[in-house]
Design a protein around this ligand. Structure first.
Ligand code: FAD
Length: 278
């Protein structure tokens, strides 16, 4: 993929044997595009811990570079340290460090409040054993009281030792580039890789966007609704739209693209073929 920036692909840990087989197939297909790494999500409070570990080791035993996500909310320092030791002993050297979201109504019994505390803890306990990615929010994290405060909180994660960041998915490229501009002004020099969500399913995408504060432009929301019951047309439209979005980012020199795969490879393969030909 000579003309493409480094790519990475995010998976969630499957729940069934069928899901495990599908993930293996997806990883094999996406590995054709020589990704920098695959990442595997981690349910807040350790809710997917075993499944995440299984998926991470399955992928790393197949010689893929893997970056497990760790979310710290509701976890103790001992639990996190055990996880870090496990990863280090398996020669994993890259993590995505997050706070995570407590399920509504859950009591936070953990020892971490925010992701910057996790980053600091990893650095303190493990030195430079891991490259650390953190999350960034060009459209502002939904809980934030203000964009200004959210940016300060992001800067805290960088100062705690993050090596790079991956953004929440977005459809407004302006929001991403404004965020990059602000980082440059504040002497934040780590790579900030755009996270891109291909369009697989209208209802699911609208739900994800509502939960994480990603703005769906009015015209796009109408398109998604128009195509809701026609998956083939939706995906065809989605491949074109996400290819164009990715091309714009690449033309403007992004340091990489992180794709949220939801464990699918077909739609993404079409997008990558498009962007590698442009
Ligand atoms: P933080 O950086 O801690 O920020 C959370 C909120 O707290 C923000 O509003 C921030 O402004 C605010 N804040 C930060 N510090 C302070 C402070 N000191 N005082 C007051 N407010 C503060 N979730 C999962 O559960 N598992 C995953 O695997 C996962 N992977 C993700 C991968 C990516 C690339 C992204 C973008 C998100 C992912 N998430 C995942 C979702 C993420 O956990 C949620 O967005 C969560 O709400 C915030 O996590 P964070 O690490 O950004 O938290």
């Amino acid at each position: 993929m000579a003309n493409l920036p480094p790519l990475s692909f995010e998976f969630y840990p499957p729940q069934t044997q069928e899901g495990v087989n599908k993930l293996k197939h997806t990883a094999k297909e996406l590995n054709k595009y020589k990704p920098d790494f695959f990442s595997v999500t981690f349910g807040a409070g350790g809710s997917t811990k075993e499944r995440t570990l299984d998926a991470v080791f399955e992928l790393s035993n197949s010689d893929f570079n893997v970056a497990p996500h760790i979310s710290c909310i509701s976890s103790s320092k001992v639990e996190i340290k055990e996880l870090l030791d496990q990863y280090k002993s398996q020669k994993i050297n890259h993590l995505v460090a997050l706070r995570g979201d407590n399920p509504s109504g859950a009591i936070n019994s953990g020892e971490f409040n925010y992701a910057n505390e996790l980053v600091r803890f990893i650095k303190l306990e493990m030195g430079d054993a891991f490259k650390i990615d953190v999350a960034a929010y060009p459209e502002v994290h939904p809980e934030s009281e203000s964009a200004k405060q959210d940016f300060i909180n992001f800067k805290n994660k960088v100062e705690a030792g993050a090596d790079s960041a991956i953004t929440q998915f977005f459809f407004n490229v302006d929001a991403y580039f404004k965020f990059i501009e602000e980082c440059q002004k504040s002497s934040i020099n780590i790579p900030i890789v755009p996270g891109i969500m291909p369009i697989y399913n209208s209802k699911q995408l609208i739900r994800f966007a509502n939960n994480c504060g990603a703005e769906i432009p009015r015209w796009l929301r109408f398109k998604l609704e128009d195509y809701a019951d026609d998956l083939d047309s939706l995906r065809e439209f989605g491949v074109d739209f996400i290819s164009e979005l990715s091309e714009t980012l690449i033309q403007n020199g992004v340091p990489g693209i992180h794709f949220y795969t939801i464990n699918y490879s077909k739609t993404l393969s079409k997008i990558i073929k498009n962007i590698s030909q442009s």
